[in-house]
Ligand binder design. Structure first.
Ligand SMILES: Nc1ncnc2c1ncn2[C@@H]1O[C@H](COP(=O)(O)OP(=O)(O)OP(=O)(O)O)[C@@H](O)[C@H]1O
Ligand SMILES: [Mg+2]
Length: 231
């Protein structure tokens, strides 16, 4: 099986380590291996693109990396964080591919949520959320409900929320898939600034090669098989 362990000379322990990690999905006759056994590391501050055709297994792999699902075989570990229960909302931020805002909460309440889960006061969480929304140029949406904003705007709010609580790793699953290219690049610029300022590692699934090329390390996945680009 392919070996995608990163540069072994780095002294930091990886944030995420996968060894022979695979994932089967489906039931009965439809059961199939969606991610073939894979070895990978993500180190602090690393910037990784994940590309592959629709249905190739990107989201499934990102769910394993984020601890949202457990591998069918092999292991995924977070050596710097301890158990899977310690991952969220502090250590790993997730910008989901699909709609992820909670419908009854306003935009600013959605963005404040990770800090409330961390036990911060409502006042502090709200003011930090407003700062984050301002950073993403979304201030004018703060009091709207998710149903009152567009799909691309919801996605940008989801990105803003994913960076609350200063995660050490941001997992972004096609985070600008519903935005036009100018908006997408603006969001990516802000994501870049925020993650670099904080030394936050980033793995981003993207279809657009221009987005992938912004990263330093390139992973590809084809029919569930993870590979590194030779470039
Ligand atoms: N819950 C599930 N049960 C069965 N099969 C599933 C399930 N979720 C995903 N799959 C299948 O697993 C494969 C990989 O799906 P995944 O969502 O990881 O692909 P992807 O690379 O993220 O695609 P896209 O670019 O369209 O987001 C697809 O063939 C999909 O149909
Ligand atoms: Mg996907």
């Amino acid at each position: 099986m392919p070996d995608h362990t990163a540069n072994q000379s780095r002294h930091d322990a990886p944030l995420v380590r996968g060894r022979d990690a695979s994932k089967d999905l489906g039931v009965g006759a439809a059961l199939r291996t969606v991610v073939e056994p894979a070895n990978f590391d993500i180190f602090p501050g690393e910037r990784i693109s994940l590309t592959g055709q629709s249905g190739s297994g990107k989201s499934t792999l990102l769910h394993l990396i984020s601890g949202l699902s457990t591998p069918t075989s092999g292991v995924v570990e977070w050596p710097q964080f301890g158990s899977i229960d310690a991952l969220r909302p502090t250590f790993i931020g997730i910008a989901f591919q699909g709609p992820s805002l909670l419908a009854p909460l306003s935009v600013v309440e959605n963005v404040a949520l990770p800090l409330l889960l961390l036990g911060e006061s409502e006042r502090h969480a709200r003011s930090a959320a407003l700062v984050m929304l301002d950073r993403f140029e979304l201030s004018e949406l703060s009091d709207k409900l998710p149903e009152e904003i567009s799909g691309g705007q919801s996605q940008r709010v989801g990105v803003a929320r994913s960076l609350m609580g200063e995660p050490r790793l941001l997992v972004a699953d096609e985070p600008t898939g519903q935005c036009d290219q100018v908006t997408a690049f603006r969001v990516l610029d802000i994501m870049d600034e925020l993650t670099k300022e904080r030394g936050c590692a980033l793995i981003i699934a993207a279809h657009d090669p221009k987005i992938a090329s912004r990263m330093d390390v390139h992973w590809t996945i084809e029919a569930g098989r993870l590979a590194r680009n030779s470039a």
